[in-house]
Design a binder for this molecule. Structure first.
Ligand code: SAM
Length: 322
């Protein structure tokens, strides 16, 4: 296992299965154009081999499949089938939920039990302005089917001033009612937002303000969370939890154990670093040749991690999967 001087190692792998997405969320994609798959995206086979090699070379224990939108690509099923046979403690999925109902049998049959579904508003009129794709009803229907199937569901919401701050309480109440855990994600200075500090500041809502909005209506107490958890967790009086991924207010870089692999074969050790390391060409090689080379690149990727504070980066979230 490769460990840095802060004691950090890569344990969690996030795979962006494709850069293509059926949304073009305002804070993720600057020009509103939905991203299509890159021409040089890796095959499902190569990506699954990437996971297999990274389990051995880095000690990866948990896999999250993300994108782009992982459910839009035909690679989803063969990839999931292949990785479900590997020695992983957990496989989870982050999706916008548009294709959730349709893909649920594949998800369940291959052992995925945990989903994160992104949903920034329950207002059917505001939805298309924010997501610039898909529709609210379909997401809600997918969530309901997944709930009935017994999956453990977290809902991701990015609170944005001037766009969906009025949705903090409705979304929390909807999640509490349905047994979902709502995860607020503080807006990150990624992609176009990293180049536009004013635009970022105008939309950014910090943890303290969020807790004030919630606490005024739903009293809560802070709950325990694992040491390398990215989210602060709170228990609401009367039952149920919510979390906040407070990248800016309470950075978790010191305990970050994440490694990211893009759909075009680049390893990213840190969201705030523009460094990346190409491994696409190693994934066709037999393991005795691939693993030593991979290990050398993993040492570099681990050194890319920030020491203390998250500072953002120009990398677009859809390329590396948030
Ligand atoms: N398409 C899938 C989805 O919508 O969940 C997976 C990819 S999406 C990039 C993963 C998560 O990143 C979403 O919950 C999205 O809201 C979040 N995200 C994207 N850009 C962000 C930003 N600048 N700051 C915070 N969260 C962001």
């Amino acid at each position: 296992m490769i460990v840095d001087r802060q004691g950090r190692a890569f344990r969690n792998l996030r795979i962006s299965l494709t850069a293509a997405c059926n949304y073009a969320c305002t804070y993720c994609v600057p020009n509103g154009k939905r991203l299509v798959a890159a021409q040089d995206e890796l095959s499902a086979d190569a990506m699954a081999r990437g996971v297999e090699y990274l389990i051995e070379a880095a000690g990866i224990e948990r896999l999250r499949i993300t994108g782009g939108e992982p459910l839009v690509t035909p690679k989803f099923e063969p990839f999931l089938q292949a990785v479900s046979t590997l020695k992983l403690k957990d496989i989870s999925l982050t999706t916008n939920g548009q294709l959730l109902a349709k893909k649920l049998p594949i998800i369940i049959d291959n052992g995925v039990r945990r989903l994160n579904v992104s949903l920034d508003t329950l207002d059917a009129e505001a939805f298309p302005a924010l997501a610039r794709g898909g529709d609210l009803k379909t997401v809600l229907a997918g969530l309901e089917e997944a709930r009935q199937a017994g999956l453990k569901i977290k809902v991701n919401m990015v609170p944005l001033r001037g766009q969906n701050l009025d949705q903090v309480l409705p979304l929390l109440e909807y999640c509490l009612e349905h047994g979902f855990e709502l995860r607020f994600i503080e807006l990150m200075r990624m992609g176009h937002l990293a180049r536009d500090p004013n635009g970022f500041q105008q939309q950014f809502v910090r943890l303290a303000e969020l807790l004030e909005i919630i606490g005024a209506v739903h009293p809560f107490v802070q709950a325990d969370a694992p040491i390398d958890a990215t989210a602060l967790r709170y228990q609401v009086e009367g039952g149920g939890y919510f979390g906040v991924i407070a990248n800016e207010s309470v950075p978790f870089c010191r305990t970050c154990s994440r490694l990211r692999l893009s759909s075009t074969g680049w390893l990213h050790g840190c969201l705030s670093s523009s460094n990346r390391h190409f491994v696409g060409d190693l994934l066709d090689k037999p393991r005795h040749l691939a693993l030593p080379a991979l290990q050398r690149l993993l040492v570099k990727a681990l050194a890319d991690k920030q020491d203390i504070a998250f500072s953002g980066g120009v990398t677009v979230m859809k390329i590396i999967g948030g």
